[in-house]
Design a protein around this ligand. Sequence first.
Ligand SMILES: *Cc1c(COP(=O)(O)O)cnc(C)c1O
Length: 423
Amino acid sequence: MPATLDAPAPPSGSSRSGSSLSSAETAQLFDRAVIPNYPRLPISLVKGEGSRVWDAEGRGYLDLFPGWGCNLLGYSPPRVVQAIQEQAGRLIHVPNTWLIEEQAAFADFLTQRSFGKAFFCNSGAEACEAALKLARLHTPEEKYRVITFEKGFHGRTMAAVTATAQPKYHAGLGPLMPGFRYAPLNDLDAVRALMDDETAAIMIEPVQGEGGVNVHPPGFLQGLRDLCDETGALLIFDEVQTGMGRTGEWFASQTFGVQPDIFTLAKGVAGGVACGGIVCRDEIAPSLRPGMHASTFGGNPLAMAAGLATGRTIEEEGLLEHCRDMAERFREQLEPLIASNPIVEAVRVCGMMIGVQLTVPAGPVQDACLERGLIINSTQGSVVRLLPALNVAPADVDEGCAVLIDCLSDAADQAGDAPEGGE
Ligand SMILES: *Cc1c(COP(=O)(O)O)cnc(C)c1O
């Protein structure tokens, strides 16, 4: 029997982690009242701190995939909590008919570290919708087509899901939005062949997240930049997952040295508070003209205060550098598996985005890790995916890697046994 991760007790002040229902009781309520569109684990998480989280039964977990990437600084980062508390006491919501100091401040923070001007919404899909609308609005009338990429992921609203070139997300939803064309990955000639006078934009994740942590080969993103410059199409980077420090720079565009015309943000941008946004070049910004786009909650004081606190924490605590250091720490521990573990085909690390490509299904590895108190993710069937917090502690990296390596070794043993086992 493998030992469970040695998680410390829940932080003080939390009897049974502060929850009042057991996981089973919450599950019953879900059955009665919640639309069952998510495959849910039967575990109710009730309290977190950094990369640790506790369930209603008081069991602790090390989470190397906190909040699907939304918890960029781990659970309840103190400076973000404090900013939210102070802001909520002052002002929670103000409509965009007024000036909102916090919105201007966060826009300034983001654009000082990139370029241009920002617009805020509340989620990644909305950010992609805004980027797509802006691209169509800004380019000449006849340009409306958008090229996106196989295995990409851009969200679940109708334009965003159409942009998501994965048939499994389209089933039963048709007709989808007209005007989208899908290109294979890493094939500039194929992209060129899909482009014409009607192409308004190319949209791509600088590193594909849900698609399996796919880092593009050198030159590919620059090649897309060049194609856009030749044809007058706009280059949109979907940085919903890569943005705000995840790749070890503020934005993945900086990691790869290619500047888009528009980029999207969401997930971790406000440290776990719902927030999305786009940044675009100055010349493009006026095309999102008054009356053509809006978001009621977009840029609200609460989310903006959280975003600002998140950004300042990253800056003042040196977390971009820490992120790069921890990326090396993961790489050093996981890359040797390619040689030592027959089911490990590749290890892809870009800052705190880590993918381990297996030759077997990754779901059972995810389950085995959870059994031992380690939270990870699996995607695209055979990719183990980690999105650790930018401030993950070195000891947590080592502990998580040890458990993961153990579980991968068990999975290799099982895969090796299977043919003889005659199952
Ligand atoms: C998660 C994600 C989205 C969708 O974000 P939501 O907030 O769920 O709408 C879009 N693009 C990328 C790259 C993502 O990772």
